[in-house]
Design a protein around this ligand. Sequence first.
Ligand SMILES: Cc1cc2nc3c(=O)[nH]c(=O)nc-3n(C[C@H](O)[C@H](O)[C@H](O)COP(=O)(O)OP(=O)(O)OC[C@H]3O[C@@H](n4cnc5c(N)ncnc54)[C@H](O)[C@@H]3O)c2cc1C
Length: 658
Amino acid sequence: MSEKYHVYVPDLEYYKNQIKCQVGCPVRTDARGYVTAIARGALEEAYRIARTPNPLASICGRVCNAPCETACRRGDIDEPVAIRPLKRVVTERFGVESGLPLASLEAEMEVGAEILGNLTVRSRRTLVELAQTPGRKRGKVAVIGSGPAGLGCAHDLAVLGHEVTIFDAAPYPGGMLRTGIPLYRLDRTLLDREIQSVIDLGVELRMNTAIGRDVTFQQLREEYDAVFIATGLGEGRSLRIPGADLDGVLKAVDFLLNVNMGYKVDLGQKVIVIGGGNVAADAARMALRQQLAGDRPLTEAEVLELEREAASVETPAEDESLHAAVDAARTARRLGVAEVHMIALESWEELPASEIEIEESLEEGVQIHPGYGPHRILGKNGKVVGLETLDVLSVFDEDGRFNPKFKPNSEKVWDCDTVILAIGQAADLRFLEGEEDIEISPRGLIVADPQTGATTAKGVYAGGDVVYGPRILIEAVRDGQRSARAIDGQIQQKRVERRTRVVWTERKNHTMPEGYTKRPRSRVPTLPVDRRIGIAEVEVGYDLDEAVAQAERCLNCGVNTVFDGTKCILCNACVDVCPWDCLKIVSLTDIEGDETLNAVVKRTYGYDLTELAEQGVPAAAMLKDDDLCTRCGLCAKRCPTGAITMETFSFTEQLVYV
Ligand SMILES: Cc1cc2nc3c(=O)[nH]c(=O)nc-3n(C[C@H](O)[C@H](O)[C@H](O)COP(=O)(O)OP(=O)(O)OC[C@H]3O[C@@H](n4cnc5c(N)ncnc54)[C@H](O)[C@@H]3O)c2cc1C
């Protein structure tokens, strides 16, 4: 018997899931919406779409880990659309970098309307005005931590009209955005401005105030209607191997914090970073820059030697990676730089660091050695002199659990002056000692409801890394926003529910940009390797022409081919014209599906699928494989009866009171 086509009748979830970038974004940014707006040259509109759900849109334009790109359907064809760098193009023009808090009142109103949900925005009001929304019960909320989770929560609570105070132990706000992410990836003026835009809503910021030391947690519970805990993971994990407490063993988060706060850390000549993730790559690249900080003018002899060397090295123009390696070697040589090695348990394929971090690390001269596990740290007179490793046989067991196995007698010694441990972070929850009603997980994290962030204690909410372990900044923002809504519900004494708002728009003259399926993703321009010194931002960003060209690669997955069966004459013209073979007209006896499919068939023919086959009733269905479709619209153009229309589906998700 031939196999049947498994058919799914599209419903709301189906159409939503078509827009994979939006579904992939924790705050549901309509990336397709702003990317296609850039393609049309509508930059301010693009900014408005990008900013509406995300109070840290400008920061995300620089350093978001971009789950939208991981989800992007274009990635199944060649490479995902460059969604994150495209966001930067519009935030640079209209975001905090541009010097304007929000580009237009319209933009502010959209942000306000989104946050206020089903509360009517009666007049044209700015966010600051909305923060004084009259006629609502105002609450007093304490937020612990000024990282992305704390900022996301404070921003939305302020717009909802509450009095918010952020407490932070550090001298400057931003959490890991400031102390973890290196300056060469995130400009601190931009960070300051984005944080200022939250403070401008009337949020009070109390820095140098550690809860548990300067103020007790109990005091906050007594004084405020609700407390949101967003204290992140400030503690670097240590290794349980001999020598881990030697002088010269640093934890990556401590090292990065010191350098980011402007302190010089003496690393010696040779540095080993243990770890294969993004934090390890950040630490390694920063270590390299620490060495570079000792930059000195070249002597004439060194210049001559370099010129001789450059003339003698053949670098085939087509081999970019060789170019980069040679560049890096030259740079290192020129500056008399010592070595930075990254040693990771994982193989090249398994390395958890992102592709771009690995690429840029290698370009800059970081030497990556996958497949080695730290065995002991070697010391002399209490100071690190080397690292002994074992070869790794496997990192994960059959169940996919982290359980490294090492090859016996494969010891290898690496000389070094400093070992930086980048093997994970932990939460410091000492400030919660004695708070018996707050449940802590066996992993040492706070237990919280994933929908609201409510902990097991009344009026206490938590979000960000302190609840979920190391994640990415936009997930922390989302946690903060969710809890803001839940806290508001608690104060207003209303229940909060998630609702989806849907808009369908017919596209009468739907076209796609010329050559869009063939255009490759271009690499975001970066500084030449020999100029990547100190705090200089590595990524330069697309210019406008390239941004438009890149935006035109978007497959516009929100566009759907909508079929009207009553007009279809089964002429097959749409099937013939489709360049990707994603349309098929088949007999109903060749399809199978769930209850919804059966119900649709029964409603149309009076019989369900089994009965139709038994009765021998001739009937056909138009099937479409949306994963293959590039939304070219040729089928709609070709249809002689107007049975096919192209229509844009868009959605927003709001939490509303019920
Ligand atoms: C080196 C590094 C690089 C990263 N790079 C990226 C990246 O490129 N892209 C990305 O998306 N994500 C990145 N991340 C992850 C991202 O930074 C985190 O997921 C995010 O910052 C977590 O936000 P948070 O608000 O939960 O906590 P945090 O940002 O850690 O903020 C916690 C805040 O709480 C304060 N605090 C802690 N305890 C107390 C207390 N008792 N009293 C008062 N205040 C307290 C701290 O001082 C801190 O300011 C990176 C992380 C690191 C470590």
